[in-house]
Ligand binder design. Structure first.
Ligand SMILES: C[S@@+](CC[C@H](N)C(=O)[O-])C[C@H]1O[C@@H](n2cnc3c(N)ncnc32)[C@H](O)[C@@H]1O
Length: 226
């Protein structure tokens, strides 16, 4: 299965901005989403499905939810989902996809700018962040805030592109490779006394490449709050 398959290089249309600061603004993402009807594949991310199938549902927060494929999948598994993103365009798409999928009552959207430094309101049984790559100088702070939104006993799932993702290199590389992270970086941002790290892995998955399928490498960290 290909899932977080940008399928047209790193997202269709507009390139990522040169300035890292511009990579996390509503203007950038609203413009990026508005350029096409669908930026991502529309399928839930493989790592989410892999690690959360069969987990007892509760309240979930999907951070950087994009067009809502993960939120819709979670809602279909019985979760009550808050889909959070900086982009209003993405959130409108998420809400529409949830209604189309018959889970509109289980998905709430919330516009929030993670770079604002404001705490994430509420607490959740699951916080998931898929392919959100915070800037290095904000990494620990942002992972810390995601973790603070997890209830005791709840799960934090952080997935990103691994720095040694050959598939991305074959597709021309990430414009900001310094943002890609290893599992150790996520685990280091989670204090040992508060977290049990259940998974810290760098698995591969097949994606479509310029000449057939190629292997992409992910960073996956699943942790349970004590
Ligand atoms: C690479 S996309 C991943 C989308 C989705 N999770 C997926 O896997 O397809 C990153 C997402 O993070 C969102 N984002 C970027 N900066 C943000 C910020 N400052 N606060 C909240 N969300 C942000 C973007 O709008 C975008 O939807």
């Amino acid at each position: 299965m290909t899932d977080h398959d940008h399928s047209h290089g790193h997202g269709a249309g507009r390139e990522l901005p040169d300035d890292v600061a511009d990579l996390f603004t509503q203007e950038t993402w609203d413009a990026r989403y508005a350029e096409s009807d669908r930026l991502w594949s529309g399928r839930p991310n493989a790592r989410l499905v892999e690690h959360l199938t069969g987990v007892t549902p509760g309240d979930a927060l999907d951070v950087g939810a994009g067009e809502g494929a993960d939120a819709v999948w979670l809602a279909g598994q019985g979760w009550m989902v808050t889909a959070l993103d900086v982009s209003q365009v993405a959130l409108e798409r998420t809400a529409a996809h949830a209604v189309e999928a018959g889970v509109g009552l289980r998905v709430t959207t919330r516009r929030h700018d993670l770079m604002s430094g404001a705490p994430l309101a509420g607490t959740f049984d699951l916080v998931s962040a898929q392919y959100l790559h915070p800037p290095s100088d904000r990494f620990d702070d942002i992972i810390g805030r995601l973790g603070a939104a997890v209830r005791p006993g709840g799960l934090l799932l952080v997935v990103g592109h691994h720095p040694e993702d050959e598939a991305m290199k074959l597709r021309g590389g990430h414009r900001h490779p310094e943002l890609l992270f290893e599992p150790e970086k996520v685990a280091a941002a989670l204090p040992d006394q508060d977290w049990d790290v259940l998974v810290a892995d760098t698995p591969t998955r097949e994606v479509s490449g310029p000449e057939g399928s190629i292997l992409a490498r992910d960073t996956v960290v699943l942790a349970r709050r004590r």
